[in-house]
Design a protein around this ligand. Structure first.
Ligand code: NAD
Ligand code: TDX
Length: 339
């Protein structure tokens, strides 16, 4: 594996993956294709500027000419597709960009990669394609696909295209499906960074419904290790699930954040529930453990402590994001202006 092309490398997981990949493998070079949407931030990889093993190409995965040109830059051993519209609440406000990037973008990328004979393609998908669990059980790779939000429906459509390209064209694809990530550089619209950044400004935190919905939290670096294991040791045509074995109700997590930041529980604000809110996600990771030799290494306690430290040390990064169109989004989503 000498040259890897990632898409969406200026987002949360992609930027962590690019930095980790370059630090872990001294012989690997990375080309990063990113459209720089509201969620894409060049600052996330500013430390790699001037690194001869890193190249950035601004562009859209839906733009076939641009993708063809970028794939022809030099021989590429693998493509990893992180690029997506990734926030469930935004997909409820407007699903258009989700259909375009997550479905059409994946189809354009698959066609271009197939034509260029790319030897390996990894689709970064999500546990949300399986729908919602009740209070027990786990998602396995055999769980039927049953997406409930426009976001998860668009990710599922992409997964089915990926599956079809393997079946029809024998194109060497691998699909990964992971639970909720947390860690540095996560855009402050997702629960953990949103709540940390609000609390740092003594602002209320909006908990949907009764706060009893459950998510399985995984540190972003454990997810990156999983994607890398699938890339290097996975079998084409297969799906691998990743999760952190750290299930928490949203309200339990919210109280942990308040306590860690020494803020009063009176800052909790219960707000109208998310439409179609999936109740619980939890992952059976035995296939990835057995076939890839992967398991999560970061405990939730240490990962959350490090993440809070990171946000405390990067208040400028958060403030710059929150100063722009973010304020309009917050007003639309939460009916409240950020002070
Ligand atoms: P993110 O929103 O932080 O980043 C997405 C990146 O993709 C941004 O840099 C954005 O500019 C780029 N992008 C968007 N549309 C593009 C386009 N048309 N062309 C090129 N680039 C484009 O997302 P994230 O949280 O880092 O998620 C990355 C991937 O992982 C997504 O595919 C998501 O579905 C998946 N995933 C996320 C989680 C999670 O908890 N965040 C869990 C499982 C899977
Ligand atoms: O303000 C909020 N209040 C709240 O109670 C927000 C933003 C979220 N929540 C709840 C909804 C969920 O039950 O917290 C939980 C986590 O929400 P998000 O951080 O928005 O994540 P989720 O919807 O679970 O989806 C995430 O995990 C799977 C990622 O955003 C997806 O990209 C990934 O595929």
């Amino acid at each position: 594996m000498k040259t890897i092309l990632v898409t969406g490398g200026c987002g949360f997981i992609g930027s962590n993956f690019v930095r980790w990949q370059l630090a872990t493998y001294p012989d690997v070079s990375v080309i990063n294709v990113d459209k720089l949407t509201y969620a894409g931030n060049l600052e996330n990889l500013a430390d790699l500027e001037g690194n001869p093993r890193y190249q950035f190409a601004k562009g859209d995965i839906c733009d076939r000419e641009f993708i063809d040109r970028t794939l022809a830059l030099r021989p590429i051993d693998a493509v990893i597709n992180f690029a997506a519209e990734s926030h469930v609440d935004r997909s409820i406000l407007d699903s258009g960009p989700f259909i375009q990037t997550n479905i059409v973008g994946t189809q354009v990328l698959l066609d271009a990669c197939r034509k260029a004979n790319i030897p390996r393609y990894v689709q970064v998908s999500t546990d949300e394609v399986y729908g919602s669990l009740g209070s027990d059980g786990f998602f396995t790779e055999e769980t039927p696909l049953a997406p409930n939000s426009p976001y998860s429906a668009s990710k599922t459509a992409a997964d089915l295209l990926v599956r079809a390209y393997f079946h029809t064209f024998h194109f060497p694809v691998i699909t990964t499906r992971c639970s909720n990530n947390y860690g540095p550089y996560q855009f402050p619209e997702k629960l953990i960074p949103l709540f940390i950044s609000n609390l740092l400004n003594d602002q209320q935190v909006p908990v949907y419904g009764a706060g009893t919905n459950v998510r399985d939290w995984i540190h972003v670096i454990d997810h990156c290790r999983g994607i890398d294991a699938a890339l290097r040791r996975g079998t084409p045509g297969e799906v691998y699930n990743f999760g952190g074995h750290s299930e928490l109700q949203n309200i339990e997590l919210t109280k942990k954040l308040l306590d860690a930041l020494k803020k009063p529980h009176s800052l909790i604000k219960y707000v109208t529930d998310r439409a179609g809110h999936d109740f619980r996600y939890a992952i059976d990771t035995s296939k990835a453990e057995r076939e890839l030799g992967w398991r999560p290494q970061v405990t939730f306690e240490e990962g959350l402590t490090d993440t809070i430290e990171w946000y405390l040390g990067h208040r400028d990064w958060v403030d710059r994001i929150k100063s722009g169109a973010y304020r309009d989004y917050y007003q639309t989503q939460y009916g409240q202006r950020l002070s």
